[in-house]
Design a protein around this ligand. Sequence first.
Ligand SMILES: *[C@@H]1O[C@H](CO)[C@@H](O)[C@H](O)[C@H]1NC(C)=O
Ligand SMILES: *[C@@H]1O[C@H](CO)[C@@H](O)[C@H](O)[C@H]1NC(C)=O
Length: 356
Amino acid sequence: MAATGGDALLMASCWAAAVLAAAASLNTSPVPFQAGYMPLFGGDNLVRSPNGRSVRLKLDARTGSGFVSKSAYHHGYFSASIKLPDDHTAGVVVAFYLSNGDVFPHNHDEVDFELLGNRHGHEWRVQTNVYGNGSTTRGREERYLLPFDPTLRHHAYAISWTPTVIVFYIDKKPIREVVRVASMGGDFPSKPMSVYATIWDGSSWATDGGRYKVDYAHAPFVAEFSNFVLSGCPLGHGEFLGGRRSSEGAGCDVAVMTAEFAVRTPAKRAAMRRFRRRNILYTVCHDLYRYNGTVFPECDDTDGTEREDFHKWGESKRVSPSRRGYTTQQQEGRADGNDAAGGRPSTWPVGSLRAD
Ligand SMILES: *[C@@H]1O[C@H](CO)[C@@H](O)[C@H](O)[C@H]1NC(C)=O
Ligand SMILES: *[C@@H]1O[C@H](CO)[C@@H](O)[C@H](O)[C@H]1NC(C)=O
């Protein structure tokens, strides 16, 4: 491609103008529920606060509930603050996720936070999954303990999705990044997705592989959502799902890729490594069995330092749920010196959250 100096200059300035235009439109402030979302299912089990800035999702013996963004987005940063139901919540699943399963039933994309309830006195766990173009047999699962009690107050769970990297955040700290590498092919989510939040009965798998079911004597289970941030590139008119991007859309991609939430700094990566050392329970990157020794190309442990911390079935040697209680806000979780045997669990939560 031979562009003259003038062409290149013109292209550069158009590009800069597009970036500025899009950057101006990236709104990182929380919006009222009504501005970004609408109810998805569950009827009156979805309850809006009087000021419209927060919503309760309930699960009872009749139904769970959920909401969905009014727009689909092609990349962006999506955050909600969530306070989880307390007491006995075995089998209860609260999910905050991106998906296009309703539009692409056979080759959907999906990026999940799944918060998995537990028995009284046991901790909630968080699972993250990434699916691309229908890769439903490869969920790229990871699971973590939380360094706080998620039932006491709201904490922010956020997904940053750009054309090159997905970052999961909890309280603005990155906990996982999935960097797009060419050999992932379609496994990296690439089609526009909507944002969902749901509460539902995951009795068949959520707690210890389905051993503990939802006990409706403790219902209703109520999760509170607030601080809705939808800082993304909504599909414009004339941009059909999976269709051609407009120049505005391409400019928005650049704005998203250069936004604070998407830029990975050494300080943020160090914080991520700290979180993972202290809180990760399981990662697909070190599981040699579940996928028959498949090595996921984006798993980056080139110096092999993380490998030593994991059993061959992907469980952490350092972090053990049975021996660890919540710590205070000031004092972060301390899981060192914990050499629990960590037996191989019989079943893992699998399967995407497609709302169908
Ligand atoms: C995604 O899936 C569709 C349908 O199965 C296929 O035609 C397409 O090539 C896939 N795209 C990528 C990037 O793998
Ligand atoms: C792993 O291999 C077994 C036996 O060959 C097969 O039944 C199973 O489907 C494979 N699992 C995956 C995830 O490829």
